[in-house]
Structure formats: C-alpha cells, structure tokens
Design a protein around this ligand. Structure first.
Ligand SMILES: C[S@@+](CC[C@H](N)C(=O)[O-])C[C@H]1O[C@@H](n2cnc3c(N)ncnc32)[C@H](O)[C@@H]1O
Length: 269
C-alpha cells in the first residue's frame, strides 16, 4: 500500500478544497484509506506519479474516480423527515397559491443516490394528484459524483432501505426487482432530471428555483466556501422560495434569507 507524503497530502487537500469545496485538512487517514489501495492496484509508485496523471487527464475520468472515492455519499429514505412534512404541508400549498404561472422548479443540490429527490417526487405526485397536468414541474437533482448519479437514475435500493417509508408509498411507488431489492416506479423516476453539478460553480438557470434542498453537503465546506454557496443559492431562487439545509447545519448571520425554523430558510417576497 502506498503511503501519502506531506507535500502530496497538501497538494490534494488544496486541489479538492479549491475546486470542489471538500475540506479534507483533518482527514489524512480517510484520504489515504480511500485512495492508497486504488493507486497500488493501478500500479502507481507514489501519489506524486498519480497527481501528474490527474493533472494531465483531459477526459475528466481520473477526476471522477477521485471524487467518487473521496465524497461521502451517505443518505437514506426519510432522512430528516420534518423537512418532507413541511414541504408537503406548508411549502406546496404556499406555492400553489403564489405561483400563478403554475411552473414549479425544485432543485435537490447534493442528491447522492436519489433517495431525497425521489421522496420529493412522491410528495409532489401525492399533492398534485389529478391537478398534476395543470402544473409544469421540474425536479432537478445534482451531485458532483457521477457514480451516485448513475445509481440514482437506476433507482434500485435494498428492500430494508424503504422500511421507514409509509406503506401506501411502498405499494404505489416501488416495485420488486427480480434479483432482489426494489425499484422506484417509472412514473416517479421520470420526474427527476439528474445532472452532474459542482456547487463551487456559478449556477446557470433559465428561471429561478422555488425550492432548494441542499442538505448535508455544506458540512464538508469551510465557512467562507459555505457562505459563498449560500449567496449563490439565494441569487438563483425566486422570491418566496424555500431553502432546506441539513439539521446539523446553519447559515451564518447576517444573511439575506429569512429564518423560518431550524434548517429551513425563505427568500423574502
Ligand atoms: C452526505 S451526502 C448528502 C445527501 C443528501 N442530500 C442527504 O441529505 O441525505 C453529500 C453529497 O454531496 C455531494 N457533494 C460534495 N461536494 C459537492 C460539491 N462541491 N458539489 C456538489 N455536490 C457535492 C457528495 O458527492 C455527496 O453525494
């Protein structure tokens, strides 16, 4: 197994932090643990050799392998369920009243393997019901790791992972797959558009978002990076739009967002 040297560690930490916000300054063992075996298996003699290849690789393939390995993609269905409750009971009725154009744009900005955006799609489906055709709904889900986006598109999960999901949803929105596990039904999967997106990049949008879920990703960023992401999200949101962050996260004050309740914010109207 190849061990990372101080200068190599400093380089990779700076590279990941500068380009992707991922702060591994205190995570040397994690970085080495996730990359050392891969480097040895690929026949690299040192991290320096690997870094040269990473720098020269114009295809982005090496970078994706790095990102797939160093990101923490932990997520699960019904994580922080109060948010989903608030979304269905407060946010959707509010948007139904206040968006006369009937086009809703919802963005799940660090969607990992899809559990979070599919939950939002199920809530939307239940909420709009027969009114659905009258509403144009865009549910965008993005992440920096292509590996988790590919898993999300498949929408296949172990059966245990949907234990906390209401029975009615299990019946309506999941089907068993032959090799074991369950798959989100096509009518829900087709509601979610998956894209690779780095939260460090400028946010391009045709029309601003009414709801942004950006949960449990900014914990990996340092304070200035997080503040800059929050500013960009604010600018990309419609007046009255709601921002959800993780329960253990908060937005530094002063902020242009109005505080609604822990980990829920709203852009002023
Ligand atoms: C812990 S998961 C959170 C998933 C889900 N939002 C939740 O709360 O369960 C964090 C995700 O953020 C993604 N991520 C990390 N840095 C990112 C960045 N700069 N831009 C976009 N996504 C990023 C990771 O790939 C990972 O899938």
């Amino acid at each position: 197994m190849i061990k990372i040297r101080d200068d190599e560690f400093q380089y990779l930490v700076g590279y990941l932090k500068g380009n992707f916000g991922i702060n591994l300054t205190q995570k040397r063992v994690l970085l080495d643990g996730r990359m050392g075996g891969y480097l040895a298996q690929q026949g690299y003699q040192s991290y320096s050799d690997y870094i040269k290849v990473l720098q020269a690789d114009k295809t982005g393939k090496e970078l994706q392998i790095l990102l797939n390995r160093v990101t923490t993609n932990h997520t699960y269905f019904m994580r922080e369920p109060e948010h989903f409750d608030f979304f269905g009971k407060i946010v959707l009725p509010y948007l139904e009243q206040t968006v006369p154009s009937r086009d809703l744009r919802i963005w799940c900005a660090a969607s990992s393997s899809g559990e979070e955006p599919y939950t939002l799609a199920m809530i939307l489906h239940d909420y709009f019901g027969h009114k659905s055709p009258a509403w144009d709904k865009v549910l965008l889900a993005t992440d920096i790791s292509q590996k988790v986006l590919d898993m999300a598109k498949q929408g296949i999960y172990p059966e245990e992972s949907i234990e906390k999901i209401p029975e009615a949803w299990k019946r309506k929105y999941f089907r068993k797959v032959p090799d074991g596990g369950v798959q989100v039904v096509d009518s829900i999967r087709s509601q979610v558009v998956y894209r690779l997106f780095n939260l460090m990049d400028p946010i391009r949008y045709k029309k601003p978002y009414h709801v942004v879920f950006c949960r449990n990703v900014m914990i990996y960023f340092d304070a200035p990076t997080k503040a800059a992401v929050v500013e960009r999200l604010y600018d990309a949101m419609a007046p009255g739009g709601y921002l959800f962050i993780g329960h253990t996260e908060s937005i530094a004050r002063p902020t242009r967002f109005n505080y609604i309740m822990p980990s829920v914010y709203q852009k002023g109207v």
